[in-house]
Design a protein around this ligand. Structure first.
Ligand code: ASP
Length: 449
């Protein structure tokens, strides 16, 4: 049995947190592979090391003096190392690697990523040194040595599939293996990071590569909440959720796991557990392939605002071939991604994020559609929110939509659109953004109280 364990920024932010981390590893001999983030915030007003590294890069790139920001970053590590009573050697090594960044080629397109990756890289070196000192022989392994090879897409790397075969050799190492999260190397040896929060992705990749039995992701919450805690105070944590449900919950706006981190573990059939470093006895949330027992029809409610719909209506639309394609072609031309597309006999609505729109783009889209499709009704509607009721169990239950719709109508929420995909993993309600909180509260009371 082997487990890959990933610790997020707040879990490695201070000496006190790292003492919890070492106990977590000591308490289970299956925890053999450890992935770490860069030190995160110690309190709400603190700055993440990754953000300090961005400031460092910007100062360097602008040709200004970098001494102050360098000192600030070195001190974040040095303070932890001193409190853990580690050798000065490790502080010197970390300081050297951080200073060296200011000698890199400013024009190289991977330099920014190399700066950012230093946060995780030095964190892993420090953690390995601490584990060894605490009686847990550990070895730092760089992503290059581990074999995490990625595409040449700065700040948005994707794993090259052959990496999985290479990673398997990590099973032969006898020590605890500590790998920095968040980045890999290109075939040319350039450092290239995943998108922000990407240490979660590394953990999932390593779990798939070493064929682990479990991927444990330690954060600072007791798991994934069933609903946004900003809307419902102290909501329930989800005990078990499937990978498919997790995808549907992606609108939640309170996600604790990077979206892309699901895929490697899912494809390898490895469950993920989200756990709390500050409360490790709590079972957390298990993300599984299939539910283990008969589950409640609804596991969670996700919601997000900032949506608009493009509404099109044309008499006898259902007789026209290629109408949908023509609409999507226009959106593609303007670089607009869509989220959902509910249809009626003579209507199509396309739901998209406001981030892709703007007065000018909207006018161009409307003009083009009017010219090519001659619809009877054509407009954009703004200030909309999506509220998703998620649960695979609803497939086997009668009346989930009825209960949800009643809850919304009792709360005086007008449902602008409603769609239940063929998969029946979720029901989507589109409501006016001013009604979003009311809608979520009504649904939570109906399905969780
Ligand atoms: N340190 C990186 C970030 O802040 C990656 C991570 O923590 O997962 O985005």
């Amino acid at each position: 049995m082997s487990k890959v364990v990933k610790f997020g920024g707040s879990s490695v932010a201070s000496a006190a947190q790292l003492k919890k981390v070492v106990e977590i590893i000591k308490s289970d001999s299956d925890r053999k592979f450890v992935i770490v983030s860069a030190p995160g915030k110690r309190d709400a007003s603190d700055t993440k090391v990754t953000d300090l590294l961005i400031a460092y890069y910007q100062t360097y790139k602008a040709g200004k003096s970098v001494g102050e920001v360098q000192d600030q970053i070195v001190e974040r590590y040095a303070e932890i190392a001193r409190e853990l009573e580690l050798d000065d050697e490790i502080i010197r090594e970390i300081a050297y690697s951080l200073h060296e960044l200011a000698t890199l080629d400013k024009e190289n397109r991977f330099t920014y990523d190399t700066f950012l990756a230093a946060g995780e890289d030095n964190s892993a070196k420090l953690v390995a040194a601490f584990f060894t000192k605490a009686g847990l022989p550990a070895r730092y392994v760089s992503p290059e040595d581990a074999g995490i090879f990625v595409s040449e897409e700065p700040s948005n790397a994707r794993l090259l599939i052959e990496s999985y075969d290479q990673l398997n050799y990590l099973n032969e190492l006898s020590e605890i293996v500590v790998i920095p999260g968040f980045f890999g190397v290109t075939k040319k040896g350039e450092v290239c990071t995943f998108s922000r929060g990407g240490s979660d992705i590394t953990g999932s990749i390593v779990a798939a590569g070493v064929k682990a039995d479990l991927y444990e992701n330690f954060t600072d919450v007791d798991g994934i909440f069933a609903v946004n805690p900003k809307i419902i105070e102290n909501p329930e944590a989800i005990h078990e959720v499937t990978f498919r449900e997790m995808r549907e919950l992606a609108y939640s706006g309170f996600s604790v796991l990077h979206d892309e981190a699901l895929v490697p573990a899912f494809r390898a059939g490895i469950s993920i557990v989200i756990k709390n470093t500050n409360n490790p006895d709590h079972p957390g949330t298990r993300i599984v392939l299939e539910h283990s027992e008969n589950f409640a029809p609804v596991v969670g409610i996700a919601s997000d605002n900032g949506f608009s719909t493009l509404n099109l209506s044309k008499y006898l639309l259902n007789r026209e071939i290629g109408f949908g394609r023509k609409i999507l072609l226009v959106l593609e031309e303007f670089g607009v991604r869509f989220e959902h597309m509910p249809t009626g006999i003579d209507d199509i609505s396309v739901i998209m994020r406001d981030a892709f729109l703007g007065k000018e783009t909207e006018k161009l889209i409307l003009d083009k559609l009017a010219e090519t499709l001659h619809p009877d009704v054509l407009n954009f509607e703004h200030n909309l929110s999506i509220v998703m009721l998620v649960g695979e169990g609803m497939r086997e239950h009668i009346g989930v939509t009825a209960r949800a719709a009643k809850a919304l109508s009792d709360s005086n929420v007008n449902i602008r659109m409603l769609s239940q995909g063929a998969s029946e993993y979720s029901i989507m309600f589109v409501v006016k953004s001013i009604d979003e909180e009311k809608a979520v509260q009504a649904l939570y009371q109906t399905f969780f109280w």
